[in-house]
Design a protein around this ligand. Structure first.
Ligand code: AMP
Length: 418
C-alpha cells in the first residue's frame, strides 16, 4: 500500500518522498488510519519496523487539520522515550517528516544544559520529545506546561517500565489534557505493559505486526560457546577472520565494555564506547563516527544503545547475553531493520546457558551453535541436559545444531579474509 492512498497533506507526502519512502511498512498500514481518526492505540511493534512514522504521521496530519499558533512552553504533542540517544534520534526523524510544515520539534533529555532547552521551550514548541527524568525537571522549574498536550506517545513503553520510569510517566500524563489521544508502542507486550495500557488508554485498538516477542526474519542468529575469560580473544579472532566492517557489540556492564575497548586498542582496532559513564557529547561522537565508518567497533551497554537506528548495520555481537530474554530481542533489533539482512552473533559462557535457553524459548527458535576450534567448552552437554530436566527447553537437546566453523561459508554472512 502506498502512502498516496492515505490522503495525507501534500507537505507530509513530499517529506516521505524526500525520505525515500513509497510503500507503507506493515505497522504503518495498521496504525496510521485508526490513529488519524483519533483512536487510542496499543501497538506491538519491534524496533526497525517503521513505528516512528506510524505514530508521527497521524499526529502531523491532525495538527494540519486543526492548526493552532505555536505558543511558548506549550506543546501539542508529547513523545516519551526511555533514553537520550533515542530522544535525539526521534527528534531528527520527526523533523524530517515535518520538514515542509510550520511545526516546531524539540527534544529534552539529560546530559545537556537545562538552560539551552529552556530557551527552546520559550521560543515555542509543537512536538516535544522527552525522556521522563529530564521532562520532570523542566516541569518542576515551570519551564513547560503540558495542559494543552492533545497527543501522547509512549515509545518503547516496555523499556520505560523496565527502567523504572513508570512513576514519572504517570505523573507526567496527569498533567496533560484529559481528552488527549494516547498511542502506546512497545516491542514486547508483557503483563505490565497490558496493565499500563488498560490504565492509560481509552477504548483502544490493538495493532501488532510481529509475532509476540519475535525478532526480524532477516536476521541470522548464531551462538559461539566460549569460556567467559576467552571472549575477547574469540572476538578479536573473528574480527580478524571475517573482517566485519561495522559491528555493534553489547556488553552487560560498563567495566566489561571498558576492558574490551582496552584490548581492542592494543590490537589497533578502531573502536569507541557508548555507555552511561560517557558524556552525552562523547556518546554522540562515538555514534556519529560509527555511522560514518570512521570506527569499526562500537561497544555499548544495553541502555545506551537502546533503539538506535544505524542504517545498514549488519552485525550485532552479544559479548554477554542480556539478563532478560526480552532484551535480546531489543539488542538484535538494531540489525536487519526495514528488511535488510543482519547477523546476530552471541558469545555464550557456561554460566549463560540458562539465559540462552530462555532466549530460544522466547523467540521460538533454536539458535545455531558454532564450535570454534581452540575455544571449546567442556561439560556443556551435561549442563544442557540438566537444564532441560529442570524446566529448560527439551528442544535444546533434540534439535541442537552444532557446526564446526571451518566449513566454508557456514558463518553468518561474514566475508572471510582471503
Ligand atoms: P523505526 O522503526 O521508526 O525506527 O524505523 C526503522 C527504519 O525504517 C528507519 O531507518 C526508517 O527511516 C525506515 N522506514 C520507516 N518507514 C519506512 C517506509 N515506509 N519505507 C522505507 N523505510 C522506512
Amino acid at each position: 500500500m502506498n502512502f498516496s492512498s492515505l490522503d495525507l497533506a501534500p507537505e507530509i507526502l513530499q517529506a516521505l518522498d524526500a525520505c525515500g519512502y513509497s510503500k507503507m511498512t506493515p505497522i504503518q498500514q495498521q496504525a496510521i488510519v485508526p490513529a488519524r481518526r483519533g483512536k487510542d492505540i496499543l501497538a506491538n511493534a519491534q524496533t526497525g519496523t517503521g513505528k516512528t512514522a506510524a505514530y508521527t504521521l497521524p499526529i502531523l496530519q491532525q495538527i494540519v487539520d486543526n492548526p493552532k499558533p505555536t505558543t511558548p512552553e506549550n506543546a501539542r504533542a508529547l513523545i516519551l522515550t526511555p533514553t537520550r540517544e533515542l530522544a535525539e534520534q526521534l527528534a531528527n526523524t520527526i523533523k524530517a517528516y515535518a520538514q515542509f510544515l510550520p511545526i516546531s520539534v524539540t527534544a529534552l533529555y539529560g546530559g545537556v544544559k537545562m538552560s539551552s532547552q529552556e530557551k527552546k521551550l520559550k521560543a515555542g514548541v509543537d512536538i516535544l520529545i522527552a525522556t521522563p527524568g529530564r521532562l520532570m525537571e523542566h516541569i518542576v522549574q515551570c519551564n513547560v506546561n503540558l495542559s494543552k498536550v492533545e497527543f501522547v506517545v509512549l515509545d518503547e513503553a516496555d523499556r520505560m517500565l523496565d527502567m523504572g520510569f513508570i512513576t514519572d510517566v504517570r505523573s507526567i500524563l496527569q498533567k496533560t489534557n484529559k481528552k488527549r489521544q494516547t498511542l502506546l508502542f512497545s516491542a514486547t507486550i508483557s503483563r505490565a505493559v497490558n496493565e499500563l495500557a488498560n490504565k492509560l488508554l481509552v477504548n483502544h485498538e490493538v495493532v501488532s505486526v510481529a509475532k509476540k516477542n519475535a525478532t526480524a526474519d532477516t536476521v541470522e542468529h548464531v551462538v559461539y560457546p566460549v569460556e567467559e575469560r576467552r571472549k575477547t580473544d574469540l572476538f578479536i579472532e573473528l574480527l580478524d577472520e571475517y573482517n566485519w566492517f561495522q559491528v555493534l557489540v553489547f556488553t552487560s556492564t560498563k567495566a566489561q565494555a571498558d576492558a574490551l575497548m582496552r584490548n581492542l586498542k592494543k590490537d589497533k582496532v578502531k573502536s569507541s564506547l557508548c555507555h552511561g559513564d560517557k558524556s552525552q557529547g562523547a556518546r554522540r561522537r562515538a555514534l556519529a563516527d560509527f555511522k560514518s565508518g570512521k570506527i569499526q567497533v562500537l561497544i555499548a551497554t544495553e541502555v545506551a544503545a537502546r533503539g538506535l537506528d544505524i542504517q545498514g548495520l549488519e552485525y550485532v555481537v552479544n559479548y554477554n547475553l542480556p539478563y532478560l530474554a526480552e532484551d535480546y530481542v531489543h539488542r538484535i533489533g538494531r540489525t536487519g531493520r526495514a528488511g535488510s539482512k543482519g547477523h546476530a552473533i552471541s558469545f555464550v559462557s557456561r554460566e549463560e546457558e540458562r539465559s540462552l535457553d530462555s532466549i530460544e524459548r522466547l523467540i521460538g527458535n533454536k539458535i545455531k551453535r558454532i564450535n570454534m576450534p581452540g575455544y571449546e567448552v567442556t561439560n556443556r552437554d551435561v549442563l544442557r541436559k540438566k537444564l532441560s530436566k529442570y524446566g529448560g527447553s527439551s528442544r535444546s537437546n533434540k534439535s541442537s545444531q552444532t557446526t564446526i566453523i571451518r566449513n566454508k561459508d557456514n558463518h553468518s554472512g561474514g566475508r572471510r579474509k582471503k
